[in-house]
Design a protein around this ligand. Structure first.
Ligand code: MCN
Ligand code: CUN
Length: 776
């Protein structure tokens, strides 16, 4: 029996390792039909006509739905104040865009019938380069918006432009400037996206099983699109095979399944295939950045400035809940105490699938951390300082917390130097530098790269967040059975993070109930309290806090019942794990199980106290939590093939109090692997006509166990002062923190100032040649 925090095994694994998980594609309903989406073969074209007659003749086809059939529902609102075509009516705006939806007896027939639909396209020039999209003669992509004459979406800035400019203008400062790109990448979860929609024409209730990280947020959007009231919509998210941000947005396929189920009066399933997933959903990053940094010649960092062009694709469907169009990018001052900072971000439409979606990034923090950590290394090179020395001299000090950044974020707590020193110690930094010097003398290319990052997770406080005019609070409800076991229902949705275990541990720690005696209910809007779901590593910071607070309410109620049982005043009782006992006489007490049964039993409860111990709480976070970490990467570059091998990677993370250190470590391992993917191989590329070149896992490379080293992890613990259990989120830290460490290591190995991700062998080869290597 285990109680509370610690590395207990994951409860959910019992079903996963037996192959007993239950995913959307496992849902089978009587009379269920299958849908398939016809997608545009071209990136930009006017639709002249769509002829569905032949497809409708197919003996197994029940319906072929086009945008015209959807009427007003042909467009749906996005989470970023834009609209997105569910099925294209006027034009197609990216390759892979949804054009028609076929419903048939089975999935194969539905896909076969796609080939029978005849669409006449009138091709238009496509633009996939953000800079070209901003040119005055660029084709206007969103001419559905009245009066639009260009592809510009927004200009947004943060920080103090004048104060920053004044520092850069000083003649006693050293300035570096570096252009860099964070390429378009894809979360590529194991399970692709899909939905099963079932509409009961009698009760007028719609049930949607779908791959979503945020069931309640999806319900709101389905209500907006379908016109059905929210209480008549039930969203069920069963087991989810990885989300990584891919399953935050609402995709057209879900809406098509819902529309088809309502039209036909039969359940409809739609599951996309791998290429559809890679071509049309969930793109992240795609930032072109120009960073500048100013420092004194001695190495005091003074200012950071950055201009960004953000490629949002054809529809601004960025799934992030902040009030800022560039999400949390304004944390780009990172972990350093600078005097001034400024960023300017321009959002642009291109003929690509909607981008700007989250991918283990906490909404643009991956881009921000990459920017600042690359700039710090460029500055260290410029000043001739060791990157460790420059960082140590500028990290925010422990006594400065809570620290208000120059762009208005209040970092809750931190002990940065301790984390960096720990990483240096694990790595044996001095030893590594000596090894590198020795190898260099033999012409070998070994590189050592650092990054220090601060994350901002736990969306979120009203000051920064809002989704559909709703706040970002989350509820938790606990039901205590008469025998003292518990069910906790939560608003967030696990996709592999282990919530069924860790949330049980939170209740267990608060109430002294064994973790096995706490079951977690989630992923069903009919049975869970309202909340905004899992992304931005917010489950622990927000929903975890709600769970702890609900458990504390149970404890408070138990105290009153215990007082009645023991015939003492409630104030005379004290709590020791799992038990209320009389102060000074621990033998006189009652366990939660004894109190639970008594609370519904014959004892006389004080006036106004209801039977049972059930309780609910809603947590409205006063601030985000700011986990941090120090990463060191060691690479070897093969001078003959330009292949980069990540030989060692040391990650010291601090996410405050850890509920389950084993799960936390697993999150770090996964995130670091993501980082290797982004730094070395992942990029969704397009040709100049807008054809997507990354539509299969043969072309879009993702890392496997072969490409990654044995991770070396370490931890420090700096609790969050405002979180009930002192925990901060961890789910995205390593993805955010690792890319710059790897690129810094590669630059260090090659002796070059910058190389853009992904650092493929061909790019590394070019960089080597720029330095006169390899010997010709
Ligand atoms: N945890 C803990 N102690 C802490 C912090 C977290 O024990 N101090 C545990 C949590 O209880 C939870 C896990 O670590 O079981 C991750 O918690 P948290 O940081 O709160 O993140 P979320 O649960 O909100 O997960 C979201 C985050 C995001 S946004 C992406 S993207 C990502 C990530 O999680 N997607 C993932 N990790 C993933 N891991 C898997 N396996 N699959 C995904 O899709
Ligand atoms: Cu930034 S991806 Mo996660 O928030 O689902």
């Amino acid at each position: 029996m285990t109680i509370g925090f610690g590395s207990t095994r994951r409860k959910e694994d019992a079903r996963f390792i037996r192959g007993q998980g239950h995913y959307v594609d496992d849902v089978q309903l009587p009379g269920m039909l299958h849908g398939a989406v016809l997608r545009s073969p071209v990136a930009h074209a006017r639709i002249v006509s769509i002829d569905t007659a032949a497809a409708l003749q197919h003996p197994k086809v029940h319906a072929v739905i086009t945008g015209a059939d959807l009427g007003e529902q042909a467009w749906m609102p996005t989470m970023s104040a834009d609209v997105q075509a569910v099925l294209a009516t006027d034009k197609v705006r990216f390759q892979g865009q949804e054009v028609a939806f076929v419903v048939a007896d089975d999935g194969y027939s539905a896909r076969d019938a796609l080939a029978l639909i005849d669409v006449e396209y009138d091709p238009l020039p496509a633009v996939v380069d953000v800079r070209l999209a901003l040119e005055p003669d660029a084709p206007v992509i969103r001419d559905d918006q009245p009066g639009r004459i260009d592809n510009h979406i927004f200009d947004w800035e943060a920080g103090d432009a004048a104060a920053t400019a004044a520092i850069f203008a000083r003649d006693d400062v050293v300035v570096i400037e570096q252009e860099m790109q964070f390429p378009r990448s894809h979360p590529a979860p194991m399970e692709t996206c899909g939905a099963v929609a079932d509409f009961d024409r009698v009760s007028e209730k719609l049930t949607v099983w779908c791959t979503t990280q945020a069931p309640h947020a999806h319900r709101t959007l389905y209500s907006l699109v379908s016109g059905l009231p929210e209480h008549r919509i039930r969203v069920i998210s069963p087991d989810v095979g990885g989300g990584f941000g891919n399953k935050v947005p609402v995709y057209p396929g879900y809406i098509c399944a819902i529309a088809a189920a309502r039209m036909l009066g039969r359940p409809v399933k739609w599951m996309e295939d791998r290429s559809e997933n890679l071509m049309s959903t969930g793109f992240a990053r795609d930032f072109v950045m120009r960073g500048r940094m100013a420092a004194t010649p001695e190495g005091k960092l003074l200012a950071v400035a950055v201009d960004v062009i953000a490629d949002h694709g054809a529809f601004n469907a960025t799934a992030q809940p902040s009030r800022y169009p560039a999400g949390f990018f304004s944390v780009f001052t990172g972990s350093y105490d600078v005097a001034a900072a400024h960023c300017a971000v321009t959002g642009v439409y291109t003929n690509k699938a909607p981008g700007g979606v989250a991918y283990a990034c906490s909404f643009r923090i991956a881009e921000a951390v990459y920017l600042v950590e690359r700039c710090v290394d460029c500055m260290a090179g410029e000043l001739g300082l060791d990157p460790v020395e420059l960082r140590l001299a500028n990290l925010i000090r422990p006594d400065q917390f809570p620290y208000e950044s120059k762009t208005g974020w209040v970092y809750d707590s931190g002990n940065y130097e301790a984390a960096l020193l720990k990483a240096l110690e694990i790595a044996d930094y001095a030893g590594l530098r000596a090894e590198q010097a020795e190898k260099r003398s033999r012409g070998e290319l070994m590189g050592i790269g650092l990054s220090f990052f601060t994350e901002a997770v736990g969306a979120g406080p009203r000051k920064h967040m809002d989704m559909f005019g709703l706040g970002m609070n989350d509820g938790a409800a606990i039901r205590i059975s008469p025998s003292g076991t518990a069910q906790l229902s939560i608003s967030v949705q696990t996709q592999g993070q282990g919530h069924e275990t860790t949330f049980a541990q939170i209740v267990s720690a608060e109430l002294g109930i064994a973790t096995d005696d706490v079951d977690v209910i989630h992923g069903d809007t009919d049975t869970t309290p309202y909340g905004l779901g899992t992304y931005g590593s917010r489950s622990t910071p927000v929903s975890g806090a709600a769970a702890a607070l609900a458990a504390r309410k149970v404890r408070d109620r138990a105290r009153i019942v215990a007082a009645a049982m023991l015939e003492v005043a409630a104030e005379d009782l004290e709590w020791t794990t799992g038990r209320w006992a009389v102060k000074g006489d621990p033998s006189q007490g009652a366990s939660i199980a004894e109190i639970a049964v008594a609370s519904r039993g014959p004892i006389e409860l004080p006036l106004g106290i209801e039977a049972g111990l059930d309780a609910e709480a809603v947590y409205d976070p006063p601030n985000l939590t700011f986990p941090f970490g120090a990463y060191i990467c060691v690479v070897d570059v093969d001078p003959g093939t330009a292949h980069v091998k990540v030989r060692r990677f040391i990650a010291v993370d601090d996410c405050g109090v850890r509920i389950n250190p084993m799960i936390v470590e697993g999150q770090i391992h996964g995130g670091l692997t993501d980082g290797v993917g982004m730094a070395l191989m992942e990029m969704i590329a397009f040709d100049e006509d807008g054809n997507c070149l990354g539509a299969s896992l043969m072309d879009y490379l993702i890392p496997t166990a072969v490409e990654v080293p044995d991770w070396e992890t370490g931890f420090t613990v700096t609790p969050s002062p405002h979180h009930p259990i002192g925990a901060k989120g961890i789910g995205e830290s390593a993805t955010v923190g690792s890319p710059p460490a790897i690129v810094n290591a590669i630059c260090d190995a090659l002796g070059v100032r910058h190389i853009d991700m992904p650092c493929t062998p061909s790019r590394v080869w070019d960089a080597m040649r720029s330095k006169g290597r390899p010997a010709q």
